[in-house]
Design a binder for this molecule. Sequence first.
Ligand SMILES: Nc1nc2c(c(=O)[nH]1)N[C@H]1C(S)=C(S)[C@@H](COP(=O)(O)OP(=O)(O)OC[C@H]3O[C@@H](n4cnc5c(=O)[nH]c(N)nc54)[C@H](O)[C@@H]3O)O[C@H]1N2
Ligand SMILES: Nc1nc2c(c(=O)[nH]1)N[C@H]1C(S)=C(S)[C@@H](COP(=O)(O)OP(=O)(O)OC[C@H]3O[C@@H](n4cnc5c(=O)[nH]c(N)nc54)[C@H](O)[C@@H]3O)O[C@H]1N2
Ligand SMILES: [Mo]
Length: 766
Amino acid sequence: MATRPPKSDPVQDAPRTGEPKHAAAGLPAVVHSLKIAQEQMGVRRTALTLLRVNQKDGFDCPGCAWPEPAHRHTAEFCENGAKAVAEEATLRRVTPEFFAEHSVADLSDKSGYWLGQQGRLTHPMYLPEGASHYEPVTWERALGIVAEEITALDSPDEAVFYTSGRTSNEAAFLYQLFARELGTNNLPDCSNMCHESSGSALSETIGIGKGSVLLDDLYRADLIIVAGQNPGTNHPRMLSALEKAKASGARIISVNPLPEAGLERFKNPQTPQGMLKGAALTDLFLQIRLGGDQALFRLLNKLILETEGAVDEEFVRAHTHGYEEFADAARKAEWDETLAATGLAREEIERALTMVLDSKRIIVCWAMGLTQHKHSVPTIREVVNFLLLRGNIGRPGAGVCPVRGHSNVQGDRTMGIFERPAPAFLDALEKEFGFAPPRAHGFDVVRAIRALRDGEAKVFFAMGGNFVSASPDTEVTEAAMRRARLTVHVSTKLNRSHVVTGARALILPTLGRTERDVQDGGEQFVTVEDSMGMVHASRGRLAPASPQLLSEPAIVARLARRVLPDSTVPWEEFERDYAAIRDRIARVVPGFEDFNARVADPAGFALPHGPRDERRFATATGKAHFTAAPVEHPELPEGRLLLQTLRSHDQYNTTIYGLDDRYRGITDGRRVVLIHPEDARELGVADGSYVDLVGEWRDGVERRAPGFRVVHYPTARGCAASYYPETNVLVPLDATADTSNTPASKSVVIRLEAAPAPRLEQSATD
Ligand SMILES: Nc1nc2c(c(=O)[nH]1)N[C@H]1C(S)=C(S)[C@@H](COP(=O)(O)OP(=O)(O)OC[C@H]3O[C@@H](n4cnc5c(=O)[nH]c(N)nc54)[C@H](O)[C@@H]3O)O[C@H]1N2
Ligand SMILES: Nc1nc2c(c(=O)[nH]1)N[C@H]1C(S)=C(S)[C@@H](COP(=O)(O)OP(=O)(O)OC[C@H]3O[C@@H](n4cnc5c(=O)[nH]c(N)nc54)[C@H](O)[C@@H]3O)O[C@H]1N2
Ligand SMILES: [Mo]
């Protein structure tokens, strides 16, 4: 029935399995997305809302950060974008009555799925110290409580200001401005758990932490390598771009431990022919072992070096640094070692090499499969080496393409949401606003958790997101949050971070992308930056979920006035009219000159990118850097598996839309572990049996995720897969990537212990 949330709580679920699919999208995708949308929004609102997604006068899809094409279809969204929109535009509501009915203890026994399904938050809510229930509170009082706790701190560095990646440029700019005027760089964000490794590797080697291709480049490429990414689920609109690229002559290699349906065959729902037959996308599938990518690219680099005329010597001479040292290291790469690290056959790598040598223009796309390992930064640096060797940076149809997650995660970073801001950015802030921003680096996500755990941070403020569920080592993180004096969440939907709280807690409900934002200065719009550095406007049209909601910029502006009464920053003006914020962004952030005028173009504008635009590299030497790190790959002790924690088709990070993973053939449950049949045989676990996943890490602490159904699945040998966030309990806080400090959530060593099948009290759907 429309708009009724599920009654039962499938904390313990009963997954069923079938055959994995070999094609993505098509009619089932349309049917499925409309079903979920209509359950949340009803029929009329579904039609009205979905037609505005990614249109020139509409709102930016809150799904992923994949760019929109210049010529847009009427339905410029995908199945999972439709689910993201439905989740926000739902007609269900979480009201003060709901909180009166459910104690915090009661809510903390519910699953994340149940919490999210209850609907949109309508009122600011306050949990006083020692209270069992949240109670409604005025905005005045709520912001007063935050001010009280911040003012009571010994140092502004005892406060932490987290950001998730949906926050607009305008809100993000104000938020970092507030934190820095207060005196701290404690601005961790979801990027720390996401593409931080990409940013670290790229800034060091090409002088800018962002991708170097635009959408059109994909259509000009000869070869596109998609490594460590599952676009069929996480960036479905990318499949249309890959289809078009193929039609223009590109070939595609996918590198992944799992055969992902979207990469095999894509049934474009926007064309009748696509609906019926679909197009095969992948020309070569390299079923690599988890963490084997650095070894693979290193060997390819050696083979390129050994091929007469394969290196673009002119490019290397004119634009790069460190070639000799890198080439010496690469020449030492060994076949045997590479085959062991990757699990690939020699012929497969030789085929890949032939395709590489046949291609003048190459793009490498990647996502979490490359960024969430201990050696992610050297892995991505090896990808850069690979592209530099043949001059594939700064020419049309070629380049690096880290595919971002959250729809404005890249923009938030551009706006200064970063715990290690560049001195030039701080200088510009100082010049514009006349206060001295702090220079010492702040906490990233992992360091923030340690600081909370150790009592060094006392106030935790989140602009969106679901920190306790998204972060690693769930038990450690939850205990850390509980030690805080105050936890505050600016949120649209209920989630676990609202029920695992500090001594006092606040929930501040806010507008989503889809909603109209009217301030004293009139109706406002905000701006976002996509994965390819295009900036454009986003305008919500729906009536807000509740009259009590404030926009994110308004919340920050009001908070700043309460906490910093002597501030000379014109916070009131910023709240009145976001154009005033954009004027300041234009003066502080390079590339945003004349922002207000340029964002009037519905197509938006491209931010400058030195390597892409003119082969200009803002590194210490002014050149692109080859690097020569030792090759690493995860060690797997006897009788153990390497677990990656990934997304199902029915979730958006910690937001669970439903209990199916259609492409992988899983229904009605999420507690599954995908294991190669041969590994399962050796470990003695039958298909359909139940196991506990037990983490093994050098600290000797037992980390256990109980009750997972074993699914025999064609993954790479030794490599298991399970969904996040249920398995975050297994990811040790200290197991992070070198340099970027990103949790290594794609390489967790586990053993399996037999467990009883779950006894279900109620079915998930009654
Ligand atoms: N519908 C939907 N869309 C989303 C999200 C969502 O949750 N739902 N999340 C958004 C966010 S924040 C992000 S960051 C992106 C995430 O997008 P993805 O990175 O595609 O997400 P994951 O599900 O983590 O998938 C990781 C992929 O990498 C592969 N992989 C894992 N380890 C390795 C490895 O060592 N080597 C190689 N070559 N491959 C590996 C996995 O098999 C899987 O295909 O999606 C964004 N879009
Ligand atoms: N084990 C493991 N852990 C991971 C990952 C993994 O692959 N494996 N992936 C990591 C990655 S890539 C990421 S990006 C992080 C995600 O970490 P987060 O960004 O912190 O988590 P989300 O689940 O995206 O946050 C969802 C919540 O955001 C709020 N929200 C939604 N829209 C809005 C809005 O417009 N404004 C505001 N203020 N709030 C809003 C809602 O209340 C919702 O409950 O998780 C990371 N954690
Ligand atoms: Mo992400």
